[in-house]
Each structure stands twice: as C-alpha cells, then as structure tokens.
Design a binder for this molecule. Structure first.
Ligand SMILES: Nc1ncnc2c1ncn2[C@@H]1O[C@H](COP(=O)(O)OP(=O)(O)OP(=O)(O)O)[C@@H](O)[C@H]1O
Length: 245
C-alpha cells in the first residue's frame, strides 16, 4: 500500500476495481490511493466511469471485484467491499460525507433540520444535533437562514447546507459529484472554496467528480478516466511547475 510523506497509509486505497454493466466496462482495473488531507478531482468524458468510481470508493455501490481499504487514523483497516449492507451503510454515515449536484437535501425540512438529520441518523439526540447543525450553518455563512426550507434558499446557499451536512458528523472523507455543476461560475467558485476549507482545510479528504477543468485544478491531484481505465494524474505542484500539458 502506498504511504504518504508522513508514512501514513492512504485513507482509501483501491486495488484492481472492475465493474461491468452488461458489456460496458465502467471500471477496468482501477488502482487509486487517496491521502488524508488531500483533494482529488476525477475527470473524464461522459460515461467514462466517474460516478461509478465515486460510488465504489464510498461504498454506495460495490465493484464486481477488487479491494477498497479504508484506513482511518486510530482505527483498524476496513475492507469496504466485504461489508454487508447494514455495516456498510453505518460506515458511510459515520466516516463519509456527500455533496452532490442537487437532490440530496430534503425539501420538506428546514436548512437546520437537513443538517441535524445527518447526526440524528447516527443516534445523536435531537437537541445536541440541532445545536451542532446551527454552528455548522453559521460557520458557512448561513446564520439567520436555519428555519428556511430548501426551496427558499438560492442554489449556492443550498450547496452550503449540503456541505454543512457533509461535514457536521466529522466525516474524514467528503465525496462530491459535480458540486458546482448547477451554479453560475462566481457562486460555484465560492462554494468550491467553502468545500475545500471544510475538508482539506480541516485535515480531511475531498474526492470530487467534475467536468470543469478550472474546478479540478483547485485540487491537489487530478486523475482522468477513459472507458473505465484510470490514466495518470498530475499533482498540483507539478502543474504549478509547468508539467501540466
Ligand atoms: N446502473 C447502470 N446500469 C447500466 N449501465 C450503467 C449503470 N450505471 C452506469 N452505467 C454505464 O456505465 C458507464 C459509466 O457510467 P458512469 O455514470 O460512471 O459515467 P460518468 O463518467 O459518471 O458519466 P457522466 O459524466 O455522464 O455522469 C456508462 O456507459 C453508463 O451508461
């Protein structure tokens, strides 16, 4: 297993992932290490397997074969692919946060209830969950909007609620699928900075699918998928030194 410069194993290590849908190879021998405290962008054309990879890494959908090891600091390594549905769901709720383009917030609930829900499904009592949710919203500039329903918030504000929900549990890894895809470029840039602050800025990891090169280039590392195969990624330091072509 690859280790980072501090000698720690990767927080998520994927080896030999394959996933077929009929005759389509959505993942074709994918190997990938994600370091704690780093951001990774997954790019590639439509249908190249980006969402399939994100879902496999996050334990949402299992690969047909291959191993995904989760190495949280202070915990024994966990083989995500060998977990049954229930412990896999529990692991996802406790260790991971999710920010998708849209659709994951519950429109019938208020902003604060949406965030608190992430804690309550982990058995945190309601009053404690609401306090923590209020603090998370305030940190993201949403103080005063706690009681608004999702439809009463702008697209950027909705994504901030989604970010608050993803990080309020203390998740070590946040997975984001086109988190700025539905936003105008100025709002998208603000949301992206917030997402990076809340994850990498707090020593957590961010794994993000994006079509947008400008968004990807804010990440520490970019990998490209093509027909389910992972092509070499380029680290930000190398790009800044002019190695990116
Ligand atoms: N549940 C499914 N059933 C059948 N085929 C699927 C399923 N999920 C994905 N695929 C196929 O697997 C391939 C990879 O899909 P995936 O959604 O991972 O691509 P993507 O790179 O995320 O695409 P996009 O950028 O358009 O969202 C595609 O050919 C897709 O049609």
């Amino acid at each position: 297993m690859l280790e980072n410069s501090l000698g720690r194993p990767a927080v998520i290590s994927a080896r030999g992932l394959y996933r077929n849908f009929g005759s389509t190879a959505a993942l074709d021998n994918v190997n990938l290490d994600i370091q704690l405290g780093q951001s990774l962008a997954i790019m590639g054309p439509s249908g190249s397997g980006k969402s399939t990879l994100l879902h496999a890494l996050a334990g949402i959908d299992l690969p047909d074969s291959g191993q995904i090891t989760l190495n949280l600091p202070g915990s024994a390594p966990v083989q995500i692919e060998s977990l049954k549905d229930k412990p896999r769901t529990k692991l996802r709720r406790e260790a991971f946060g999710f920010v998708f383009q849209s659709g994951l917030l519950i429109p019938e609930l208020t902003a604060i209830e949406n965030v608190a829900m992430a804690l309550m499904i982990n058995a945190v009592p309601r009053s404690n969950a609401m306090d923590r949710a209020a603090r998370a919203l305030a940190q993201l500039g949403l103080a005063g909007m706690e009681e608004r329903r999702i439809g009463q918030l702008s697209g950027g504000q909705q994504q901030r609620v989604a970010i608050a929900r993803a990080q309020v549990t203390g998740a070590s890894v946040v997975f984001a699928d086109e988190p700025t895809g539905a936003l105008d470029s100025a709002t998208g840039a603000e949301v992206l900075e917030t997402l990076l602050d809340c994850t990498v800025g707090a020593g957590k990891s961010l794994v993000m699918v994006t079509h947008d090169r400008t968004v990807a280039e804010r990440c520490d590392r970019i990998v490209h998928l093509s027909d389910g195969r992972l092509l070499d990624g380029t680290a930000r330091q190398e790009r800044q030194a002019g190695a990116w072509s």
